[in-house]
Design a binder for this molecule. Structure first.
Ligand code: DAH
Length: 344
């Protein structure tokens, strides 16, 4: 009887071990045959052994084998169900349905355009500089030759913070920061956000992007400024773009010039063009030769060095390049608008 009991326990242990290895319906079937097959199954063999026991021992022994049989059957049955459900899931999946599209994040059109501009200057040997968006009055105005209370300050509607701090109204203060720490030759562009007290409308925003340029070296002339801007604008827009220089005023450049390009929308053919107002020209950037006073403010000798500078609005220029009628579209986060630029 003891030997019989041991056999039952051994059989149960082996089954428990083998059942863990089952990975497919086929191996499940094999396991089933091994234990439950009517001819040479392990349980059939146990029942045969049982017959060799004494008659009074048989009921208990029979109960043991029956319990084992029931456990094995239940276990195999539940395993079968799990295979079934996996199979059914595969059957129910319709692989011909369109997949779920996930949109990846992507660069914003203004940043893409900024990179396009930067690359043109990088190809001309410029490097990129950056500066803080919170500035002091000195860097934003004073060092750039705006005397205190000078009416020129009114052209830059400034958002003042406390303690002499303000949100920079242009990227020009970074010219000063760079010239303070780096001696010429200097050849840089400075992209970044600027802020002005403006009510948003199709051509004005309280926050927008500018790109500043600064070149300082011995013998830099207005011809360098003109040639550089001409190359830049022709590369950015097209070889055919028309451009003109108009006298202008900026406290930090002397002489100063504003640069216009031929209207990209009507090409000067529509007297009622909403972009150029019918003039055929759009103002695209401010520029000039660095004022000697600015050099003095950063301890660069204006007798030895000359330089030119320029500044353009990135969003504004993007508007003309992409022919967008309202600058606010850039910041409304309407994905239907934003996504158009990804395929460019
Ligand atoms: N900072 C000027 C503005 O915001 C643009 C500008 C004009 C920058 C002339 C320059 C420059 O560097 O030389 O309107």
């Amino acid at each position: 009887m003891k030997a019989f009991k041991n056999n039952v326990t051994k059989c149960r242990r082996e089954f428990d071990k083998s059942v863990l290895q089952i990975k497919s319906e086929k191996s499940l079937q094999e396991l089933r045959n091994h234990y439950l097959s009517r001819k040479r199954g392990q349980l059939t063999l146990l029942f045969e052994d049982l017959m060799a026991l004494k008659p009074e021992q048989r009921p208990i022994a029979g109960q043991m084998v029956n319990e084992l049989k029931k456990d094995i059957q239940e276990k195999l049955q539940s395993l079968k169900k799990t295979f079934k459900t996996e199979e059914e899931v595969v059957e129910r999946t319709d692989f011909t349905l369109p997949g779920k599209v996930r949109y990846w994040g992507a660069a914003h059109p203004v940043h893409l355009f900024q990179a396009e501009i930067e690359n043109i200057f990088i190809s001309m040997g410029y490097s990129i500089e950056e500066g803080p968006e919170i500035e002091t009055d000195y860097y934003n105005f004073g060092a750039l030759n705006f005397p205190p209370h000078h009416p020129a300050r009114d052209d830059w509607d400034t958002l003042y913070l406390k303690d002499e701090l303000l949100l920079r109204t242009h990227t020009s203060p970074v010219q000063i920061r760079v010239m303070e720490k780096q001696k010429p030759p200097i050849k840089i562009v400075i992209p970044g956000k600027v802020y002005r007290k403006e009510t948003p409308d199709p051509t004005h925003l309280p926050m927008f992007y500018q790109l500043e340029g600064l070149v300082v070296d011995k013998g830099i002339t207005f011809a360098h400024l003109k040639g550089t801007l001409e190359y830049f604008l022709k590369t950015l827009f097209s070889e055919k773009i028309k451009m003109r220089f108009r006298p202008g005023f900026f406290p930090f450049t002397e002489p100063s010039a504003e640069v216009d390009i031929g209207c990209t929308v009507c090409e000067g053919k529509d007297e009622e063009c909403r972009v150029c107002g019918g003039s055929g020209w759009i103002e695209i950037l401010g520029s000039g030769m660095v004022d000697p006073q600015v050099f003095k403010n950063v301890n660069i000798d204006p007798e030895e060095y000359t330089g030119f500078a320029f500044g353009l609005g990135i969003d504004r220029t993007a508007m003309f390049a992409y022919q967008i009628s309202d600058m606010r579209f850039f910041y409304e986060n309407d994905l239907r608008f934003i996504r158009q630029f990804l395929l460019k």
